[in-house]
Design a binder for this molecule. Structure first.
Ligand SMILES: C[S@@+](CC[C@H](N)C(=O)[O-])C[C@H]1O[C@@H](n2cnc3c(N)ncnc32)[C@H](O)[C@@H]1O
Length: 282
């Protein structure tokens, strides 16, 4: 990590932690001090501010909405990759196959999936690539994937649908073939696949403009940054926007905690919305 000319006092670290928690629900542990210094020092240098206190004062008094967003963008952790925790995509393919049979007989060719905390897009694109490869008929369906993140930088990057070809390292040949080559060391998600995904900035801690219901929600490796109370509340909200019998996929080190009442565990970090609860709520 780069050295910084700025020292971070206990008081400044507390102010930063409180601001990030209030805005994004993210709890920064003590171990994140070095990361905070490195990420925010860049902003201090650009703005020619003498200290973290001066930066926080600036945000609180004259900072614009963009400045507030830069603060959050600098402090999120966006690690992701294609086919991360791949058993989720195998489960989704099977579930959507079953759902297509039922909906076909009911002439309801509609499928909605939400990738909540999508980072640079690998997760929603993996959903789209996996489902179209397994179920080509989905091209004729009303099929949409909503992909959201609080970090506006990652959303902008995701929307380009272009990645360095090193992103394909470790993928099978069969999966690597699903990408287009740009000819300059990068790969692109083919347009018919990319067009299924809409990227939007969205803070999971704020109001959600969409109503749902979603047939499946991926919210993986997002809640690890929240405290238990925030996690429970958020998973409870996700349960209420999921269709009856729909699935919620979470990260391998996460659990639903107090938000788990409306779900049953059906596989490793895969939860199904309990039909009875959904019926009660309707
Ligand atoms: C580690 S990435 C996980 C990406 C992907 N879901 C995966 O599992 O590979 C976590 C993402 O959650 C986002 N995030 C953190 N707090 C958030 C919030 N309050 N609302 C929406 N997104 C948030 C971060 O910006 C980051 O991109």
């Amino acid at each position: 990590m780069e050295q910084s000319e700025f020292a971070l006092s206990e008081r400044e670290f507390t102010r930063i932690r409180e601001r990030l928690y209030d805005v994004a629900g993210i709890s920064l542990s003590d171990a994140k001090r070095t990361l905070v210094i490195a990420r925010l020092s860049r902003i201090l240098r650009t703005r020619q501010l003498p200290s973290f206190d001066a930066y926080l004062d600036f945000l609180e008094t004259e900072g614009s909405a963009d400045d507030a967003q830069d603060f959050v963008n600098a402090l999120t952790t966006n690690l992701t990759r294609f086919w991360r925790e791949e058993h989720h995509f195998e489960h989704l393919v099977g579930y959507v196959g079953e759902l297509m049979k039922t909906r076909l007989s009911q002439s309801q060719k509609r499928l909605r999936i939400w990738s909540a905390g999508c980072s640079t897009g690998q997760e929603p694109y993996t959903i789209a690539l996996s489902l179209l490869a397994a179920h080509p008929d989905l091209r004729r369906w009303d099929f949409k994937i909503l992909a959201t993140d609080i970090d506006t930088n990652v959303i902008a990057k995701a929307a380009t649908a272009v990645y360095p070809d090193s992103e394909l390292n470790g993928l099978s040949l069969e999966r690597a073939r699903l990408f287009e080559r740009t000819g300059d060391g990068r790969v692109r998600i083919p347009q018919p696949v990319a067009s299924l995904v809409s990227f939007k900035p969205l803070n999971l801690m704020a109001a959600w403009p969409m109503k749902g219901p979603f047939d499946a929600i991926f919210c993986r490796n997002v809640a690890i940054y929240f405290d238990k109370a925030t996690q429970g509340e958020m998973f409870g909200r996700l349960g209420r926007i999921l269709a009856p019998g729909g699935f919620l996929y979470i990260g391998h080190s996460e659990n639903l905690g107090a938000g788990g009442a409306g779900f049953r565990l059906v596989g490793k970090t895969i939860y199904q919305s309990r039909l009875e609860r959904a019926k009660d709520a309707a």
